[in-house]
Design a protein around this ligand. Sequence first.
Ligand SMILES: NC(=O)C1=CN([C@@H]2O[C@H](COP(=O)(O)OP(=O)(O)OC[C@H]3O[C@@H](n4cnc5c(N)ncnc54)[C@H](O)[C@@H]3O)[C@@H](O)[C@H]2O)C=CC1
Ligand SMILES: O=C(CO)COP(=O)(O)O
Length: 353
Amino acid sequence: MPDNATPNDAGANSKDVAVLGGGSFGTAMAKVLGENGHRVHFWMRDPAQAEQVRKTGINKRYMPDVVLKGDIHPTTDLADTLKKSDVVFVAVPAKAFRALISEHRDEFHDGQVVVSLTKGIEQQGFKLMSEILLEEIPRCRSGVLSGPNLAAEIVNRELTATVIAAKDPEVRQIVQELLGCEYFRVYANVDVYGVELAGALKNIYAIVAGLGTALNMGENARAMLITRGLAEMSRFAVSLGANPMTFMGLAGVGDLIATCTSNKSRNYRVGYAIGKGRQLDEIVEELGQVAEGIYTLKLVREKSESIGIYMPLVRGLYEIIYEGASINAVINSLMMAAQNSDVEFILPRTISQ
Ligand SMILES: NC(=O)C1=CN([C@@H]2O[C@H](COP(=O)(O)OP(=O)(O)OC[C@H]3O[C@@H](n4cnc5c(N)ncnc54)[C@H](O)[C@@H]3O)[C@@H](O)[C@H]2O)C=CC1
Ligand SMILES: O=C(CO)COP(=O)(O)O
């Protein structure tokens, strides 16, 4: 939007909408919703940050060059936010998700639409955010939003598409109407588990791709990593009940392409720094934002081993990051592993003895 442009007038369709989480993605979604003419209750936990956004329209720590326009109300009062909102979008890291919902479970209203924007997995019990919503607030109608959605591009109104996954068709329609605009398209899916798992898993391969770039790997290698990442993540997700075709869509291959090729992805940047020999704790400290893949990697490695799903990239990255394995030794063992099927939904993988 040019600086002097005004938000769209949603007229009678204008809704009260909440965005929970004052980080990069919460800011990006609050901006889209505000520009679409909705009243946005933008909840964040830090009062100083809320005050700053209220006064200046700028979320300085996360999006210093972006001015939020429209009917956007930064707040730290979550009970009031939930009371006023028809639809709630949740954009906090996976680690904080359950506590946030659980502590306020009685303040959500019956039938309220609650959509997770989080791309991570809960450590305890390998739960996805949609499962947490079902457990904590079964009275609400839930959905998940996932896709190639780099916040840094959305805030500049760069053309973007995403996926709303929900069992309830009305939830899908509500979210499409709320968010859709000239630069943001919302496609629908019913495979909630697949869409959500795709969003969480791709962060692991974004780290792998960043690492490959740091090692000056070529385009053939990048294509191999992305495609074998897709094979590996769909193998895992399908074994847990996801629909393999979801991985052909925006939430699967779409998000993999965006995050495995872009320095704007925090996970990719983590991988790049690892490839340059930096220490993980130092990288995380410097990043100052969440890179879910670091935590998802641990959980997926453990889960895949416990259910017997072959995930060589996950295993290799885990060995590099958490066991101090040499990057070259891991690459060599991946390249010299038994050669196998390309698309295992067509030609089953040969399981070596
Ligand atoms: N940034 C992006 O491009 C995208 C991010 N996502 C996902 O959205 C989720 C949030 O990511 P970002 O906003 O980018 O992260 P961020 O690191 O930029 O911001 C996280 C926000 O959550 C807040 N937070 C952390 N713990 C909290 C707690 N206990 N209670 C309340 N607030 C808490 C932080 O204060 C911060 O405002 C992640 O799961 C990420 O994978 C999804 C799509 C795109
Ligand atoms: O999920 C994202 C884009 O689709 C954001 O990726 P990062 O969390 O790696 O920045």
